[in-house]
Design a protein around this ligand. Sequence first.
Ligand code: SIN
Length: 473
Amino acid sequence: MDAQLYINGTWLEAPENFDVLNPANGEKVGSAANGGRTETNQAIKAAHEAFPKWAAKTAEERAGYLKKLQQLMLEHKDELGELVTKEMGKPLAEAKGEVMYAASFLEWYAEEARRVYGDLIPSNSKDKRFMVMKQPVGVVGAITPWNFPLAMVTRKIAPALAAGCTAVLKPAEDTPLSAIRFAELCAEAEVPNGVINIVTGEAAEIGGAFMEHEAVKKVTFTGSTEVGKLLMKQASEHVKKLSLELGGHAPIIVLDDADIEQAVDGAIASKFRNAGQTCVCGNRIYVQERIYEDFVEKFTERASQLKVGDGLEGDADLGPLINKDGFEKVDRHVQDALKQGAALKTGGSGFEQDGGYFYEPTVLADINHDMVIMEEETFGPVAPIQKVKTDEEAIELANDSRYGLAAYFFTDNLKRGMKVAEALEFGIVGWNDGRPSAAQAPFGGMKESGLDREGGHEGIEAFLETKYVSVGL
Ligand code: SIN
């Protein structure tokens, strides 16, 4: 794969390239062009020029391109899955699942493009008519993370294009190759020149150009809360619209009437997906005292059966952590908890192998809220479990966080469940469900976890302006 930027339908070289390494073994997977401000401004110009024609297309026409892209993605599922595993590390089966997830956003927003409705409002005067129309915001700057190199691209680009916006995409520096392959598929689907542009390179340069350029009307970002806050400050200059999908610190509550097997399944799925490297992974588990011992035992047994290894080697359930920094953070959380009296049930250490950083699935019991792991996002395969007495205590501890992205709870009691669902201060709640993410549903957080939603019909709203027109008769 050549190291090139995709601007205005043309492949362009940058003055420098950078290597993309496989996190499982440090081997070079490919290289990407190191685009900077000049190239980003070029891409913004192309998107700006392409915007009027793209916005003027019918919803059916725009949907047609998205459907074609979805088809191509499905046709290339195996090859794309392998690329995701090579540059990100998640096991191949999970990577192919990500390809399907990515394609589902193309399908959903091809359909949603045709459902961008306005309003006719009864007016306050006999000789006036009030109408509300929805129009695309304009050029979008999209910044995507490394943990889902393909799905976060389509979760942003599909609704933007469906709404009639054009876009410049900046994929994560660790994982730019899946996005470049996506650009090739866009070219194959004959998406018109300039509608989607891809600039790989340094975040500060490319993101800086997005924030400074007046033509970029909206920036959509997935990443850390710290960077999200910086973007909010920078956005004030031009009052740019922002969608932010930031950090999380998901609680999992297991109430004493829960179906234990279902709770263990759900907690394992939530905790160990992508080796714990998703914003919605359970980061802390609260279990009611009557079933605490039983849950800890069953959960530990399941966690200890998970295999860690190179994601391309058939039977690995967990791949490597993305890099040494990620590994060190996970280990710091584990060591702090152990120093403060946590009981190690399984795992508890990691290893470096051929330049890849792996961490064993780890279960810690007898946890309390003074431990760092109960406050900071771990982004790794560690499950700290705390015993709680009442529903109220569980809810209070769950809400005791600056984050509000995802939360999970397990109970078979409808009344109890409704109260918990309503009390949790989180944008996504899985009730007896460890995997709530879906293209049809709104994804996003409260508090310091972000602004706006992606997915669902809310996901396209984020790329639309509301215009009110009062007509005098
Ligand atoms: C994320 O970690 O940001 C995405 C996870 C998901 O879509 O389920």
